[in-house]
Ligand binder design. Structure first.
Ligand SMILES: *Cc1c(COP(=O)(O)O)cnc(C)c1O
Length: 226
């Protein structure tokens, strides 16, 4: 199947309100162009340098989504181009994003990343940390960021019930944050969850934004990007 066919198949099975992010990490620019030609406008990358290199090579109506762990010293590389950063896990990172966004004269959307999987290795906040972060955020006058929702990755497993439980938890966290801090702010609306192996379950559990790599571009070869 071609990239265009894969995109078409996915779009046909997704509800209209769900955003499809094409995760293009490790993939050469020609394949992103192929997806762009097929109408795709949201792309996801997980390395700052790779996003900074690719962004100028595609038309500027592309929305760039940063989906990987982000070190504060890398924020300035992506601040001029990134639309949404899905991986906020500290006040320090949020502060730096606001600072670099201001320098670039831009507003960057930010999602709070939650640790919902049982695996040790996944990054993200727990609920207590998120409330702590929100208290500090409300006290700061961040003018160049918009906290627009939550993101999470489920455990890497074939057991869809485990995955479903984790996505349901993320949805619940979203609802709690929404009613506590964003009841009057309709910009807080995104639940970024679901990848190639679990997006159907994610959509059933209320995902607004799925991040799909393999099911669009095929398997990744981590040596292939230069
Ligand atoms: C790589 C990646 C994806 C896409 O994974 P696929 O299984 O290839 O669809 C989604 N989200 C994050 C955070 C990723 O790092």
């Amino acid at each position: 199947m071609s990239i265009a066919e894969n995109l078409k198949t996915l779009r046909n099975e997704l509800p209209k309100e769900v955003t499809l992010i094409a995760v293009s990490k490790t993939k050469p620019i020609e394949l992103l162009e192929e997806a762009y030609q097929a109408g795709q406008r949201q792309f996801g990358e997980n390395k700052a340098q790779e996003m900074a290199l690719k962004a100028p090579q595609l038309p500027n109506d592309v929305e760039w989504h940063f989906i990987g762990h982000l070190q504060t010293n890398k924020v300035k590389m992506i601040a001029p181009v990134v639309h949404t950063i899905h991986s906020i896990d500290s006040l320090k990172l949020l502060t730096e994003i606001n600072r670099e966004a201001a320098k670039a004269n831009r507003t960057i959307r930010c999602l709070l990343q939650f640790h919902i999987a049982t695996e040790e290795t996944k990054f993200g906040l727990d609920e207590a940390e998120a409330h702590e972060l929100m208290k500090h955020t409300l006290g700061s006058d961040f003018k160049n960021i918009i906290i627009s929702g939550v993101m999470g990755m489920a455990t890497y497993t074939d057991n869809q019930e485990t995955i479903r439980t984790e996505f349901r938890r993320l949805h619940k966290i979203f609802t709690t944050l929404k009613s506590t801090y964003f009841a009057a702010d309709d910009r807080f609306k995104e639940i970024s969850m679901g990848m190639s192996g679990d997006y159907k379950t994610a959509v059933e559990e209320g995902s607004t934004c799925i991040r799909i790599g393999t099911a669009i571009f095929g398997e990744r070869n981590y040596q292939s990007f230069k």
